[in-house]
Design a protein. Structure first.
Length: 235
């Protein structure tokens, strides 16, 4: 497998993600025309019967809170993120009841501080493309999943069709910062770097092949001409 992932620009991208914390949810809903939240809801539905769930790259907690709401506190959720400041944003969103069924951990995809086969599900919500090294990240996710566990990913995709891919890249580079400026107050905002998070990711077809190397059964769904994807993979 090619060395997909952010590599050397990882720290820079993470610093930009940290800057988005306060406006993260509103801007992401706007630039995806509401589809990002719909995919989170679908992902939460898939996870509703899982006992121990890891939200990897949880950030300010949009997916984590959706899981807690959907499972109605039947699940124990671990929120993992490389940025402590983003985890603090999530902590401030938790109510006294929710905080009893969640633990937050600082860590990276490539070296998750969890033992083998310890969680029933792993979800990555618009975060897998932020891995330093995609191969190592996927290997770690597989390692910590119990047998018959499920890996769910919702994320920005990289369309297979070259023309669509180039058009989507232009949207991310030029239109997304304009939309974000209405919330952030300036055209020079962190979303101007969003396109960099998918530059070294495989196209959707290649990503599916990579996922299928690890899992027995994989469901792969493309939305918005491949601009968004949803993956459900069973170990």
């Amino acid at each position: 497998m090619s060395e997909y992932g952010l590599g050397e620009i990882w720290e820079y991208i993470i610093s930009k993600i940290e800057e988005t914390a306060k406006q993260y949810s509103k801007v992401n809903r706007a630039i995806s025309f509401g589809l990002s939240e719909k995919l989170r809801i679908k992902a939460a539905d898939t996870l509703s019967d899982r006992e121990i769930i890891l939200d990897a790259g949880c950030g300010p907690g949009d997916m984590t809170l959706r899981i807690i709401d959907k499972t109605r506190f039947r699940s124990y959720v671990i929120g993992l993120d490389a940025d402590f400041n983003l985890l603090k944003v999530l902590i401030n969103k938790l109510d006294p009841v929710s905080i009893c069924c969640i633990d937050l951990v600082v860590g990276i995809f490539e070296q998750m501080p969890l033992r083998e086969e310890t969680v029933n599900a792993v979800v990555t919500s618009y975060s897998l493309r932020d891995a330093i090294n995609l191969k190592k990240a996927l290997s770690e996710i597989y390692r910590i999943l119990k047998r018959r566990g499920v890996f769910v990913d919702v994320d920005i995709g990289k369309p297979n069709n070259r023309i669509i891919r180039e058009a989507f890249n232009k949207f991310l580079r030029f239109i997304t910062p304009i939309i974000a400026s209405f919330y952030y107050g300036s055209i020079k905002n962190p979303w101007s770097k969003l396109h960099k998070t998918i530059e070294n990711m495989p196209i959707n077809r290649a990503l599916l092949k990579i996922i299928m190397r690890y899992y027995k059964e994989v469901e792969f769904e493309e939305i918005a001409l491949g601009g968004l994807i949803k993956i459900v993979a069973f170990k």
